[in-house]
Every structure is written in structure tokens, then in C-alpha cells.
Design a protein. Structure first.
Length: 303
């Protein structure tokens, strides 16, 4: 059985801000925020809005009238929704899979999702259409295959795969332990094993300079060059932490890569929306200024 990434743990840690697409400094992208502002805050006729696979509330953050109770968020992670409620207490939340939402049909004037609905598969798109009122609007931003985010994920996954195939972390642990021991022959053996795999890891890290592999390589190199300043237990704890992070990253990246939609898949989902009663369905790559690759599919429709 394939392992499933624990998104609740993600939302408790690095995903606390609720952002999937950020700038080079890790800040929320203002273009996305402005896009949702136009769809939500500027539309005075909305009585009810629902965000499917909301995470910690990226769409609503800064884009809603927080005194209003017309906003709903659905996600499988209670921890994500707890983060959302801590910032936007008036939003109504529901812990629920979005491919079978426990809410009445035709309840919402606007159904939205950003980098979320595609994870749940075809039934989630059918559910989105079911929840929409007559004269309502659907607006989705979904991961696009070979777009900016997906390309970064592909590169990051390549780095994680190299960490696995090279056994870099375990080799680093072995050579570090041997360095602290008095057995020179053992250290010579472990150092020889490490040097055998180091060049390929070094080349990748120097080429890409970001991501988990680069963090692991440059971090270990710096510590090893100053090894006499460290306690063995601290070095091993750091390396084992990287090993744990590597395993989690591999599962998360696989899910994100699998969620990215090809044009064929988008067309299939749009056909389902059409069969579910939507019209004027459109999809197109979603581009932002100063970025050559699209960051998402923009999928819209009306009921």
C-alpha cells in the first residue's frame, strides 16, 4: 500500500501560513491575493461562499469581510482548519473529504478552491458542481502539469530520489560515527564509502542550490569541516532529522506531482462539470507577471 502524506502534521509545522505558492522570500504572492479579492470581496451579491480543500485559509486571508458569517471552509485536516479559525473566527469550518461533502446541494453562490480540489479526484469536481446554486459561479486554481510549481516539485523530487539512491544520509552518519572512534581502519573504510557517492551529490547540490538535498549536503559539509566543535550526538540527531524529513518530503512530493493536471485530465473534469449542470465552462493556464510558466489551471463555470 502506498503511504499517504500526513497533511495535518504539515499544517502544524511548515504549512502553518496556508501558502503553497510564495515568492523567493517565502511571502504570500500578492497577485493571487488580488485575484481572489476581485472574485470574493468585490462581489457584493454573494450570500454564501465555500472554499473546498481550504487548508489554513489562503484564499480567504485578507479577502473577506471578517464580520460576515457567509464564508465556509472544508478540509480533511482539523489542524488546518484550526489554523484558519485562529485567524478568521467567523468562517464556518467542516472537517470532511471534499469528494463527498456533508452539506446540502445548491447552497453556495460561489465555490472556490486553490491547489486543493485536484487532490481528491473526479468526484470532488462533481461535488463542487452539486454545492453550487443556480446562477452561481465556480472558480478553481488547480496544479498544472509542467507549470512553475510542478516543475519545482519535479526538481525537488529528483533531489530526494538522489538522497535515497546514493544513501547519502546513512553514509554521512557512518563516516561521522567513525570519525569519533579510535579505529583508524574503520574510519578509512567508511570515508572511502562516503567519498564514492559524494561527487554526484555535490554536483546536484551545486547545480540546484535549493531543496532538501542541497540543505543536507551543504549543512553536513559545514559541520564536518568544523567537526571538533560538535558533539557526536548532536550531529547524528541533525542527520536523522534530515532522514525523517526526506521520507515525509518524498510522500508529499509524490502526492503533489500526481495531483498536477494535464490538459487531458482538465478536459475530463470539465466534462464532468458540464454533465453536472454547469455551463460556460472555461479552462486556461493561469499566468502571473514576471513568470514564464503558468502556476495553475484556471477553471471557471456557471450554473
Amino acid at each position: 500500500m502506498n503511504k499517504v502524506f500526513d497533511w495535518s502534521e504539515y499544517w502544524l509545522n511548515e504549512g502553518v501560513t496556508g501558502e503553497c505558492f510564495v515568492d523567493s522570500k517565502g511571502n504570500k504572492n500578492n497577485y493571487l491575493s488580488k485575484f481572489w479579492y476581485k472574485e470574493i470581496r468585490n462581489n457584493k451579491n454573494l450570500a454564501k461562499v465555500i472554499d473546498l480543500a481550504s487548508g489554513a485559509g489562503s484564499i480567504f486571508a485578507g479577502n473577506i469581510d471578517e464580520e460576515n458569517d457567509k464564508y465556509y471552509a472544508v478540509d480533511v485536516s482539523q489542524d488546518a482548519l484550526n489554523q484558519l479559525k485562529s485567524r478568521m473566527p467567523n468562517v464556518k469550518t467542516l472537517v470532511n473529504s471534499i469528494d463527498n461533502v456533508n452539506l446540502p446541494s445548491a447552497e453556495f453562490d460561489l465555490v472556490v478552491s486553490q491547489f486543493g480540489i485536484e487532490y481528491a479526484g473526479a468526484n470532488a469536481f462533481i461535488e463542487a458542481a452539486r454545492l453550487l446554486k443556480a446562477n452561481g459561479k465556480l472558480v478553481l486554481l488547480s496544479h498544472i502539469k509542467d507549470g512553475f510549481i510542478d516543475s519545482k516539485n519535479q526538481t525537488e523530487y529528483e533531489g530526494v530520489s538522489l538522497l535515497n539512491s546514493s544513501d547519502f544520509i546513512n553514509k554521512s552518519i557512518e563516516v561521522t560515527k567513525a570519525r569519533f572512534e579510535a579505529d583508524k581502519n574503520k574510519f578509512k573504510q567508511k570515508f572511502s564509502e562516503f567519498i564514492a557517492i559524494e561527487p554526484v551529490v555535490s554536483k546536484w547540490a551545486l547545480t540546484h542550490k535549493t531543496g532538501l538535498l542541497s540543505h543536507a549536503y551543504f549543512g553536513f559539509r559545514k559541520m564536518y569541516e568544523n567537526i571538533n566543535s560538535y558533539v557526536l550526538a548532536d550531529l547524528i540527531d541533525w542527520l536523522e532529522g534530515i532522514n525523517d524529513e526526506k521520507q515525509k518530503s518524498e510522500i508529499r512530493l509524490k502526492e503533489m506531482l500526481n495531483a498536477a493536471l494535464t490538459q487531458e485530465k482538465v478536459e475530463s473534469h470539465c466534462n464532468l462539470l458540464r454533465e453536472s449542470g454547469l455551463f460556460n465552462i472555461e479552462f486556461k493556464p493561469f499566468l502571473i507577471p514576471n513568470q514564464s510558466l503558468p502556476i495553475a489551471w484556471l477553471i471557471t463555470g456557471h450554473k
